[in-house]
Design a protein around this ligand. Structure first.
Ligand code: MG
Length: 203
């Protein structure tokens, strides 16, 4: 299985990092070794002094597909969850300056804590899913899928023009504004609507 992540999919987040708004989805991959499941802790890595949280809605692919038309894309996922796209912002800034790939900043081990999934059928409106992250009980990120630049269907269609999607693949769909650093001892709790789907500590 693979993890596909969309970057700069919320205008307010692109702006907070001084990035231009994309005309097409921007994506990158994380390996399966990035996953942290079952609310296990995230261990702060020694190679970075600036790990940022990015809370994101996550789609779980449920059928094989390539060159998927946007009008059929909704058939390729039936569960939505929440995850954190942990980013070594200091390393990413160095990569960006040199025009290098982002893997050391984005794809490292344990960079993708993933919570429970809920059935799409239990979500009243997938075009307006509230997404939020609390750190130590304080809200730090708060967004809605209605503010995404590229919809779930557009993302699936676009990515599948380049990469075959397989059952169990995950797509992180981008983060709203409010990203910032985490520190050892922090407790992160992520919600879809009012369901807490992810709850873990930084150690
Ligand atoms: Mg992200």
């Amino acid at each position: 299985m693979k993890i596909i992540c969309i970057g700069r999919n919320y205008a307010d987040h692109a702006r907070e990092l001084n990035n231009p708004l994309p005309e097409k989805p921007v994506f990158f991959l994380k390996p399966d070794t990035a996953l942290v499941l079952n609310n296990r802790p995230f261990f702060y890595p020694g190679f970075s002094g600036e790990i940022h949280h990015e809370v994101e809605l996550v789609l779980k692919i449920n059928r094989l597909g390539r060159h998927i038309g946007e009008e059929f894309a909704h058939r390729y996922y039936d569960e939505i969850g929440v995850g954190i796209d942990f980013t070594a912002r200091d390393l990413q800034d160095q990569c960006k300056k040199k025009g290098l790939p982002w893997e050391i900043a984005k794809a490292f081990d344990n960079s993708a804590p993933l919570g429970r999934f809920i059935s799409k059928a239990d979500i009243p409106d997938t075009a307006n899913i509230c997404l939020r992250l609390d750190i130590n009980g304080k809200r730090v990120q708060d967004g809605s899928s209605k503010d995404m630049i590229f919809s779930f269907d557009r993302i699936i269609s676009y990515v599948s023009q380049f990469i075959t999607l397989k059952i169990g693949d995950l797509i992180f769909t981008g983060t709203p504004a409010g990203v910032g650093p985490v520190k050892i001892g922090d407790r992160l709790q992520a919600y879809i609507n009012d369901d807490m789907l992810l709850d873990f500590y930084v150690k």
